[in-house]
Design a protein around this ligand. Structure first.
Ligand code: FHN
Length: 465
C-alpha cells in the first residue's frame, strides 16, 4: 500500500473512533481569535545558545538563522546543541507574563528551520529529549501552564525548511550575508547547485521522504499529544509540493477547532488568516480576510545576545491600536535565552504594555475596525452593544485646545468618558455633522488615552484617511 493511502486510512480510522463532533464553521473557529487581538510569539530553540555568535564571529541576520547564515555543518551544529540546558525554564512565569501583558494566546516554535524539535519525537532524534543535556519535553509543561492561566496555545512548525533532518529544504542565502568567509565563492557555487543546502548530510533523503518520515509524523505528534491546540502556524513554504501540503493539511482533522495561517503552501492553501510580517498593512490592502501582524520587539526572532535595539512600549502600544483599528491581530515576539529566560528588555516591555492594557484593554478586545479609518491624532475601534455602539478613541496626541473633533459623527451620544479616570466628558454636535468632545487640559496617559463614547445605533461613516 502507498504511504498516502495508509495515512488516509489511519485518519479515517481515527475519525470513526472519535465521539461524533459537530463540525465547526470558520466563524465559530475564529471567534476567540477575533476577540483576542493580542498574542505572544515565542521563537526558542538551540540557536539561542550561540545567540548570534559562531566561532567568535558575529553572524549577520536574525538569530534563528545562524546555521544557514553561518553555513554551519550539520555535525557541528548538532554537537553544539548537546549543551542546550535551559535549567531556568519556568513556563508558569512565561505564561503569566503573557497574561499580565494582556495577551490571550501564545504561539511557540515547536520546530524552526533548523529542524530541532522542542518536543519528544519518535520521528527524529533531533529533538530536545534525545539531543540535549536538558532531556525533557519543553512543550508539555507549557501546555499545562496555558491551561492554568486560560491562555490559548498554538504551535509554529517549519514544515518545509529543515536544515538538519535530511531531505528538508533550505532557502539559499549568500555567504557574505552571514560573514566574510574567504571560501564564499566555493560555498555559494555549492548552494546554487544544491538548492540552498551547504552540507551533503542535508541531502541524504528526498524532500518527499523528509515529509513522510519527519514532518507528517511530527505534526501528528503535535496534534495528538498536547491536548486542545488553538493554532498551527506554518512557515516558509520553500519548495513545498501540493502532495506534501495535502498530507499535512489532512492531519488538521485531528483538531477540528484549530486555526491555521496562510504559509503552508502558496497560493492554493490559504488557511484561515494572512500573516503580514514586521509590518502593519495599509487600509487599502485589506480585503476582509482575517490577518495577524507578527513582529519582533528588537531586530531578531530568536535570541541574539547583542541585539538591544528594542522598540519602545509606546511604539508597540501604538502598533497594537493601529492593528486593532484596522481589524487585525498583533502577535508580538519574545526570544528566550538558552537558559530559558525572557530577555530583561522584553520583560520590561511586556510589563508596560500590561499596565496600559489593564486600564484600557476594552478598547482592543473584541473590537472591530474603525469606520473612520485613521485619525491624525490617534486610532479608533468599535464594539456593537445591545443598545447601540461603543466607540473607543485612543488619543496619541492630546489636542492643545482641549477639543477632540470627530467628523461625520451623527449618532446620538449616550455618554462620553475617559477610561483612565472614569471622568464624564461633555460633547456637542455641530451642524456640519461633527462631534466635539471637550477634554481636560492634560492627557491621563502619555502613550494613549482612551475616550469611550456610547452612541445609539450603528456607526456608519466612511474612512477619512
Ligand atoms: O524565516 C522565518 C523567520 O525566522 C521567522 O520565524 C519568521 C516569523 O514570521 N518567519 C520566517 C520568515 O518569514
Amino acid at each position: 500500500m502507498k504511504k498516502t493511502t495508509i495515512l488516509l486510512t489511519v485518519l479515517l480510522f481515527i475519525g470513526q473512533n472519535l465521539p461524533a463532533q459537530k463540525s465547526l464553521t470558520k466563524d465559530e473557529r475564529m471567534e476567540w481569535w477575533r476577540e483576542a487581538r493580542f498574542g505572544m510569539f515565542i521563537h526558542w530553540g538551540v540557536y539561542s545558545l550561540p545567540a548570534g555568535t559562531w566561532d567568535g564571529r558575529q553572524i549577520g541576520g536574525i538569530g534563528e538563522w545562524i546555521m544557514n547564515r553561518g553555513k554551519i555543518p550539520v555535525a557541528d551544529y548538532q554537537r553544539m546543541a548537546k549543551d542546550f540546558n535551559p535549567v531556568k525554564y519556568d513556563p508558569d512565569a512565561w505564561v503569566k507574563m503573557a497574561k499580565d501583558a494582556g495577551m490571550k494566546y501564545i504561539v511557540i516554535t515547536s520546530k524552526h528551520h533548523d529542524g530541532f524539535a522542542l518536543f519528544e519525537s519518535k520521528a527524529s532524534k533531533w529533538n530536545v529529549v534525545d539531543a540535549t543535556a536538558y532531556g525533557k519535553d519543553l512543550l508539555k509543561p507549557l501546555t499545562e501552564a496555558c491551561k492554568k492561566y486560560g491562555i490559548k496555545l498554538g504551535f509554529y512548525y517549519s514544515q518545509a525548511q529543515d536544515w538538519n533532518n535530511p531531505g528538508g529544504s533550505a532557502a539559499r542565502k549568500i555567504t557574505k550575508e552571514g560573514w566574510a568567509n574567504p571560501d564564499s565563492v566555493i560555498i555559494d557555487a555549492y548552494t546554487k547547485e544544491h538548492m540552498g543546502h551547504w552540507d551533503p548530510a542535508q541531502e541524504k533523503k528526498t524532500f518527499a521522504q523528509y515529509i513522510n518520515d519527519v514532518a507528517v509524523p511530527q505534526v501528528k505528534e503535535l496534534l495528538t499529544n498536547y491536548g486542545d491546540l488553538a493554532v498551527l502556524w506554518w512557515d516558509t513554504p520553500t519548495n513545498m509540493t501540493d502532495d506534501a501540503a495535502t498530507k499535512l493539511q489532512s492531519l488538521l482533522a485531528l483538531q477540528p477547532a484549530i486555526i491555521t495561517n496562510d504559509r503552508l503552501k502558496r497560493p492554493n492553501f490559504p488557511g484561515d488568516h494572512k500573516t503580514p510580517e514586521q509590518r502593519i498593512p495599509n487600509l487599502k490592502d485589506l480585503d476582509g480576510t482575517d490577518w495577524e501582524t507578527c513582529m519582533t520587539m528588537n531586530g531578531t526572532w530568536g535570541y541574539k545576545s547583542y541585539d538591544h535595539n528594542y522598540k519602545s512600549p509606546e511604539t508597540l502600544i501604538h502598533n497594537l491600536l493601529d492593528i486593532a483599528s484596522k481589524g487585525g491581530n498583533f502577535l508580538l515576539n519574545v526570544g528566550p535565552t538558552s537558559l530559558g529566560e525572557f530577555p530583561q528588555e522584553s520583560i520590561d516591555i511586556l510589563a508596560k504594555m500590561g499596565q496600559w492594557m489593564k486600564v484600557n484593554g476594552e478598547a482592543v478586545y473584541g473590537t472591530k475596525a474603525s469606520p473612520w479609518g485613521l485619525f491624525p491624532w490617534g486610532r479608533c475601534t468599535v464594539k456593537e452593544t445591545k443598545s447601540g455602539t461603543s466607540v473607543y478613541f485612543s488619543v496619541f496626541e492630546w489636542p492643545a485646545d482641549g477639543k477632540l473633533v470627530i467628523p461625520e459623527m451623527t449618532n446620538k451620544v449616550v455618554s462620553a468618558k475617559l477610561i483612565a479616570t472614569g471622568a464624564t466628558l461633555k460633547s456637542s454636535a455641530s451642524k456640519d455633522g461633527s462631534l466635539t468632545i471637550s477634554l481636560p487640559s492634560k492627557a491621563p496617559d502619555a502613550i494613549a488615552s482612551v475616550i469611550k463614547v456610547d452612541v445609539k445605533g450603528k456607526v456608519t461613516t466612511k474612512p477619512t484617511i
